[in-house]
Design a protein around this ligand. Sequence first.
Ligand code: GTP
Length: 570
Amino acid sequence: YPVESIRNFSIIAHVDHGKSTLADRLLEITGTISKTDHNKQVLDKLQVERERGITVKAQSASLFYNHEGINYLLSLIDTPGHVDFSYEVSRSLSACQGVILVVDANEGIQAQTVANFYLAFEAQLSIIPVINKIDLKNADPERVEKQIEKLFDIPTDECIRISAKQGTNVEKVLQKVIEKIPPPQCNTADPLKALVFDSTFDHYRGVVANIALFGGEIAKGHKIVSAHTKKRYEVNEVGILTPNEQPTHKLYAGQVGYLIAGMKEVTEAQIGDTLFLYKQPVEPLPGFKSVKPMVFAGMYPVDQTEYNNLKSALERLTLNDSSVTVHRDSSLALGAGWRLGFLGLLHMEVFNQRLEQEYNMSVILTAPTVPYKAVLSSAKLIKEYGKDQITIINPAQFPDKLSVSEYLEPIVLGTIVTPHEYIGKIITLCQDRRAVQKDLLYIDENRVMLKYLFPLNEIVVDFYDALKSLSSGYARDKAYAAGKLLCEHLKETIPRQLFEIAIQAAIGKKIIARETLKPYRKNVVAKCYGGDITRRMKLLRRQAEGKRLMRKIGNVEVPRDAFIRVLKRE
Ligand code: GTP
């Protein structure tokens, strides 16, 4: 394939707007996969991804397509569909020359449509706007076209209206990819320059790195160097993804494929790294960043005897995901464990789910926190740390306030798209969360886009729920259900006492759920068989009185097990 007949592109969209469905259709049309139900969403490989219906790990595929007598090699580079993975998205996009921007014909432009658009726009990619789900009853493609024109300055007639589900107009999208997206600008005669845009770990073959060639060629036996780690490797295998790995003799400039070269951990093939030939160093491709975890949580085995098993499960799982950081930690209540760092809350949940599903581990995760920086003012501490600024990933390790001149916290730029009737409430919510408004724009008569700078700590856990609740009452319902569940768990795990225990869940002062743990009734009348009714009444009265007193002063020891179950939110 000469470079002119290569197209490298990606599909970007807000969650659920149909990215994976469109990808599957493209794979089918080009005969890359057969049209059977078993192949549904082949690009979403991991079990958790299928269950959650979100893309966590990017999967790419090369398609062969003949158009007007010319054979094209089209590489579809899948991107993760969640903000937690925006660095991965930006690196995947840098392997492309264009994107298909998918917008739901019913929902219209949403927050991630905007965020993804700007990632593609800043990378100077050609953008093909596609309006999906036109088969839906409430589809309003015209309105969405106007939004796209207003917000992204793309003429309405450039949008392609499709139904990825039914296949309507999907072929047109492929033709547009060929017409509008330029071939990569590079040369096989140049020295090798390969971008690592994703990497996975295979227990048998080690690291499989997904690469895009910006120059030169690569084949088995070549000696290569990582620009980031400076480590040297010999290439064992190269090939293309269809989307399964298919070995080829060589990969050439402009092509996208995979490489196996005896790398043992994913940290050796970090996303954004550049590979070049030994003795032919090149300028590394721009944009490399070491990923920084932004959400931290403690992880403990439910049972301390499981410590070693959990340790080895963690080691194996982190081989696969270099963006998780692990530090040993311990807690009085929970024993020995770790403090883990994740890219975001979803990343944390997915990691936890994989531990449970793939390694059969049952763990306790503590409430997530964000990293803070402390600018030290105490000479003693500065000497102790060897620097005047430290990062704190564990709230238990905050330095003494008197030795700190300033605390710094992570700030994120958030985009909110909302029907305009909720605007007042949303602004209040954002202000409550210490956010600073950056932008407010009507994208059509009744939809508004807001941009805010948020302290990450204020939004990391429940902001999305709070936002949803403003429009749907969703969070309150959730709180009732969660409160009820908590009370039920406590009721099951706290042993009964001689007195009645009310177990209540509250939001502020408002009680939202209650369970009653009935007392044991000591059979005080057992010994007065015979029929003295007044004596029996007296005894029972006294018992009741005693209980009333105890209710006021009773102490309940909450068993560790109850504590764990509550933390686990089982
Ligand atoms: P993420 O991977 O989470 O980013 O989601 P996605 O954008 O890949 O969305 P996906 O392809 O999983 O589609 C989301 C839902 O929309 C699924 O239930 C699809 O069946 C449905 N869907 C996708 N395309 C169409 C369409 O053209 N018409 C209709 N009616 N439904 C569609």
